[in-house]
Design a protein around this ligand. Structure first.
Ligand code: TYM
Length: 332
């Protein structure tokens, strides 16, 4: 059976981009893959959360996964730092990744901004740890949003370099699964900028925990253009805000952009916004209820995470042991 692995950083309030680009697709995929869903707390350390924050957000992220429909009796939900093989393999990979490859990573450039010298080493090495997260399970497929595509290419390059060095087809190259119409959800305030947790404006994104009134208000205030909606994506090529709202609509109603467009042909944005608000409320409010219930039972969440880590450790240790043999590292 093919195996998927993916992860999200526990950095507080998840947003609609995380949901539609990742979790929503995981829920559908878990039925046909062996599935590993990680909470990448070590990656989140690059943003310096307090101990209280990261502890709470790690459990909250697990609750979000389950509330959104990840089935813990079938899929493995676990915390990255509970599986030490990730960081061990990451070090080994860091000896295979030339600086030139890392210097090309656009996400590092964006996050480090103008003050590159002050960015931490963890932020720079972030994609190498991500490669270890994936390859330590020999995952065949990785479902992510479009912004992770370059990191997955690096993962494949690292796997290829390792295979080449040891003249063995040891790591299969994992395939990205970038699925659905909302692989890159854009800011509600600017259709050419990605929806992200680092945008200073709360109105740029929908949080999974926003209440119905807040969702309605944010969608009402979302940027539009003066035209009526057209019947095809091609006819709206240069209308990023319209396309973004339609993509979100398409993803939430499990339809394509091509099918969503004719539904709104000749209508005003207010019609689309009203239907979109209803869809968001119908999706997110029940998710929030389920999450609230889960958060009342931290023992249950911890049991799921412990079980997930046990399974993950077994597989990851096996890969790491093989890698150590190939490299020539002594084992105890
Ligand atoms: P993170 O926490 O930044 O994002 C988690 C997931 O959400 C997706 N995403 C989006 N998708 C569509 N539109 C958006 N605006 C949007 N914003 C975020 C991301 O593509 C991602 O799928 N490096 C990863 C975490 C990670 C990982 C891994 C993923 C660590 N190890 C191994 C897969 C496999 C990240 O940036 O997460």
């Amino acid at each position: 059976m093919n195996r998927i692995l993916s992860g999200i950083q526990p950095t507080g309030n998840l947003h609609l981009g995380n949901y539609l680009g990742a979790i929503h697709n995981w829920v559908a995929l878990q039925k046909s893959y062996e599935a590993f869903f990680c909470i990448v707390d070590l990656h989140a350390l690059t943003t310096h959360p307090s101990p209280e924050e990261i502890r709470a957000w790690t459990r909250e992220t697990a609750a979000n996964y389950i509330a959104a429909g990840i089935d813990p009796s079938h899929s493995h939900i676990f915390v990255q730092s509970m599986v030490p093989a990730h960081t061990e393999l990451s070090w080994i990979f860091s000896c295979f990744a030339p600086l030139g490859w890392l210097n090309r990573m656009t996400q590092f450039k964006e996050k480090a901004g103008k003050h590159r010298d002050q960015a931490n080493l963890g932020l720079y090495a972030y994609p190498v740890l991500m490669a270890a997260d994936i390859l330590v399970y020999k995952a065949t497929h990785v479902p992510v949003g479009e912004d992770q595509k370059q990191h997955l290419e690096l993962t494949r390059d690292i796997a290829g370099a390792f295979n080449h060095r040891y003249k063995r087809d040891f790591f299969k190259l994992p395939e990205p699964l970038i699925l659905g119409p909302a692989t890159r959800v854009m800011s509600l305030k600017e259709g050419t900028v990605k929806m992200s947790k680092s945008d200073p404006s709360d109105y740029s994104r929908i949080h999974l925990m926003d209440d119905a009134d807040t969702i309605a208000l944010k969608i009402r205030k979302a940027k539009t253009d003066p035209e009526l909606l057209a019947g095809t994506p091609e006819a709206m090529k240069n209308r990023p805000e319209a396309l973004n709202l339609l993509n979100i609509y398409g993803a939430l109603s499990n339809t394509s952009l091509e099918k969503a467009c004719p539904h709104f042909e000749g209508k005003s944005f207010s019609v689309l916004k009203a239907e979109l608000t209803d869809l968001l409320v119908a999706t997110l409010i029940p998710l929030q209820e389920r999450k609230k219930d889960l958060m009342k039972d931290p023992l249950y969440l911890d049991t799921i995470l412990k079980k997930g880590a046990e399974k993950a450790n077994t597989l990851a240790q096996h890969t790491l042991s093989e890698v150590k043999d190939m490299i020539g590292l002594l084992k105890n």
